[in-house]
Write a protein that binds this ligand. Structure first.
Ligand code: ATP
Ligand code: MG
Length: 471
């Protein structure tokens, strides 16, 4: 919510500058016009200024009211944006048609839009009515001034030429007044938005970047009695987790859905900090390291890594934009993720677009092909620790086999942490850590865990049984 408010504030600073300039220019014109109009009737000119003020004050009051109303209705706006998104986004198109839920979604949208629009309309109508009513007062004053002027012309104190001069000035006065009021209201409105931005900036980061040490190569990782719950939630998703990963070790995290595997990875990369316990890298607390250098030491394939609507080359090199890489590095990353065949199908080679969203000639990939590209991006980054969260979930058997061969080859001089629900892949791991309900329940090699009545052995047998043809 705060981010949404802050996003709206960014353009406000520029807007305040422009409005400030317009306001100054309108005020200069306004003052000059008033000085001349004052010659006709000082009391009426003072009255003209006085009656113009209520409309300005009212406008300002309603600007604040409307702004605060908008802030309290951001949730509805976001819900409506979300509903519009799923009604138009490609990823939902199939289920939308299959489930025939177009009307259902429209009704959901209308249920929010109806009361939202009615309330906003009521507030805006009231504003327009009152502001229009009050803006009649300056008009009446102007009529008074023109009447005095007409009398003066009749009495021979002024000429008909003066009438056209003053009526022009009065029109100028009104338009400058409106311009000045609009600018002042805009400045006020934008100031409220900038305030939201300042509030957003004051929100502390989920993790404090107070570490100063630079991290280069990682030689050891230790989780010591780590417990964690996501901010604003009750459930402790990790409880007293302890394990270690040595240099060049390949460690596989195994566990049921929701066990806490991906959360462990997020803590290691310091997207969050542990609530208690600590994570140590090369013997030092992760908090001692400067965050950018800490993250630089990891190549990570996240469980849900979407690709970018950029070229194939950019989709790979984006993981390390400062790397002085040549085409061979990109091709090697594609080869290691078993994605070379994708490149062969692309009309413009590495410069082909990976989506048709913005480029008519772009290429739409299959789910598995997308995963291979995301994997190639991870391999391209080439950091000292490789993390792969479910790297083969969408891959065909041949690609999965090749990817794990690559992983074995690539991680020879590296440390690797990976998760996989397909337990045949644990074969390349030096150590398997089994996580259940946020705790480490067992760890060891495949053979060690298979020898005892472990949870791992149970999981492995579930899958192995399926591969053994029963007679
Ligand atoms: N951003 C979040 N905010 C709150 N709770 C979360 C968040 N992300 C995950 N969780 C919760 O944390 C728990 C652990 O989730 P996590 O993603 O680590 O599981 P996982 O072991 O990776 O599961 P899977 O095998 O399905 O990938 C789950 O109960 C989940 O609901
Ligand atoms: Mg996960």
């Amino acid at each position: 919510m705060s981010l949404e408010m802050a996003k709206r504030s960014v353009l406000s600073v520029i807007s305040v500058l422009w409005s400030g300039l317009s306001c100054v220019s309108a005020l200069i014109t306004l003052i000059c016009a008033l000085l001349i109009i004052g010659k006709v009737s000082i009391p009426l000119t003072v009255l003209l200024v006085a009656v113009s003020l209520p409309s300005a004050i009212l406008n300002q009051t309603y600007t604040k009211k409307l702004y605060q109303w908008n802030l309290t209705h951001i949730k509805e706006e976001r819900q409506m944006n979300y509903l519009s998104f799923i009604m138009t986004d490609k990823s939902y198109a199939q289920e939308l048609r299959l489930f025939n839920i177009g009307d259902f979604l429209k009704e959901k949208f209308k249920a929010i839009w109806g009361p939202y629009f009615a309330k906003k309309k009521k507030l805006t109508k009231k504003r327009v009515f009152l502001v229009t009513l009050l803006s009649v007062l300056p008009q009446l004053c102007i009529l008074g001034i023109l009447a005095v002027l007409s009398l003066r012309i009749i009495n021979g104190n002024n000429t008909v030429g003066d009438y056209s001069l003053y009526s022009g000035l009065l029109a100028q006065f009104l338009s400058s007044l409106m311009a000045a009021l609009t600018s002042i209201i805009n400045i006020y409105d934008q100031k409220l938005r900038i305030h939201s931005f300042e509030e957003f900036e004051a929100i502390p980061n989920a993790v404090a970047n107070t570490g100063t040490e630079k991290l280069n190569e990682i030689t050891s990782i230790e989780f010591n009695d780590v417990s964690f719950r996501y901010p604003g939630t009750e459930k402790e998703v990790l409880q007293h987790i302890s394990f270690s990963v040595k240099k060049h070790e390949k460690v596989c995290l195994v566990g049921l859905n929701g066990a806490g595997k991906s959360t462990l990875i997020k803590l290691l990369l310091r997207f969050y900090d542990a609530e208690s316990g600590n994570i140590r890298i090369n013997g030092a607390d992760v908090k001692n390291y400067e965050i950018t250098s800490l993250r630089k030491a990891f190549s990570c394939l996240f469980q849900l890594s979407p690709n970018y609507a950029f070229t194939l080359r950019e989709n790979i090199t984006i993981s390390d934009i400062f790397k002085n890489a040549d085409e061979n590095d990109v091709l090697e990353a594609l080869y290691n993720s078993s994605a070379s065949d994708i490149l062969d199908q692309m009309a413009d080679g590495l410069d082909s677009y990976l989506s048709r969203a913005y480029e008519e000639n772009g290429t739409e990939l299959s789910g598995g092909q997308h995963q291979k590209i995301a994997l190639a991006r991870t391999f391209f980054r080439n950091s000292s620790v490789l993390i792969l969260d479910e790297p083969s979930a969408s891959l065909d058997p041949e690609s999965e086999y090749k990817v794990f061969c690559s992983l074995e080859k690539l991680s020879r001089g590296k440390t690797a942490i990976f998760t996989s629900h397909r337990l045949s892949n644990t074969i390349i791991a030096d150590k398997i850590i089994v996580i259940e309900n946020g705790t480490v329940i067992e760890q060891g090699t495949h053979d060690e865990l298979m020898e005892k009545a472990s949870r791992y052995a149970t999981f492995f047998t579930y899958q192995a049984d399926r591969y053994i043809r029963k007679k």
